[in-house]
Design a protein around this ligand. Sequence first.
Ligand code: SME
Length: 155
Amino acid sequence: MDRQATYKHLVRQAESVFKDEPFFLPAASNLLALLHEGLGNWWTGFYFVKGQELVLGPFQGPVACTRIPFGKGVCGAAWSQQTTIVVPNVHDFPGHIACSPASNSEIVVPFAVNNQLVGVLDMDSTDFNFYGDMDERYLRHLLDLLAKKWAGSIL
Ligand code: SME
């Protein structure tokens, strides 16, 4: 399957797992599993805003850093700049936080609810240059679907 077909399939799968699940945590956890397996990521997870830090949420992959300060690393930069950041080679990104030495490229997409950034989705790959514009477009769509499950509590 090419990448677009993979994402079209992922959207259908996400719609299916979201359909009968009103709570955020199970919906988010299953979305991460779909993305992780479907794309073949090394690490796939959420960080959520808590005060002046991002705090680790549900994820798939190796153990990760639990706290990221505002503006730090790729995740903190995506938060402070309120924008998606695609990093073709993490070793060239000043301040990149290497939770795993195996990561070589990364994408971080803001997760917003009612236009308010409440967290970020982070995906890492062992391949260089693994993510691009198509990932951003589909991930934003998937996160918009997931945002409907956010109701002030995770369950
Ligand atoms: N590399 C990220 C930290 C999170 S891990 O990749 C799971 C960053 O620089 O923000």
